[in-house]
Design a protein around this ligand. Sequence first.
Ligand code: KIV
Length: 261
Amino acid sequence: MKLNPQDFVSMKGSTPIPMLTAYTCPVARSVEEAGIPIVLVGDTVGMVEMGFDSTRNVTIEHMEYHIGAVRRGAKNTHIIGDLPYGTDDAPDIALTSARRLLQAGADSVKLEGPNTQVIRHLVSHNIPVVGHTGLLPQTAKSFKQVGRTQEEAKQIMNDAQAIQDAGAFMVVIEHIPYALAGEITKGLSIPTIGIGAGPDCDGQVLVINDALGLGDYWPPFSKQYAYVSKTVLQVAREFSQEVESMEFPNNIIQFTGTNGR
Ligand code: KIV
């Protein structure tokens, strides 16, 4: 059963919330089958799937394409669609962009930073919003941890509070000191979802490619549960050798599986 924003708020403080990103239909299907209640179609797609150096290259059309694919794979899972760089600059622009993501299949949208005017505007038009504070990849100059000075920590705390006050039902907090994430989590009534923010958040999110070990760089705070890139390499090598030696397809017994192929 698909969970709604209020369900996630009710989980705060009692049930840890696992969130994964997904960008494609088959991955979304497995993520739903595993019982993950909330999936983020993040603009990280630009870096981990499309080969860009920054999430800033991602467009609203890219997001619509990936949200559509994820929705087809995960029909009963809450999907957050990320508003890409430049599509949430002003309340009306953000509303048009958010409606496009919902039309593509998202249940809620996420935006980076304490853009409270935009959050209020979306919420007043019945669009559920997830905030994002700490490291903000769309505008950050580097991917280093933030919130280490007292001044920065205070700013992030204030931003998290402002995001909640503007009406967001959840907030992602990225790459900040664990103690600060714990303090923010304690002070808010909406769930915090950490990435590189330690164990004291209400939930955790991982970029699926990082968890799969699919790619060539994984942030130090992520965990690789598999090494899919190595599997791809092995399969490609084996296939290549078998074609060259004519072992494939000669030694293959014709397969007629349940999908009729
Ligand atoms: O775009 C994304 O995938 C994100 C996660 C890093 C939280 O914002």
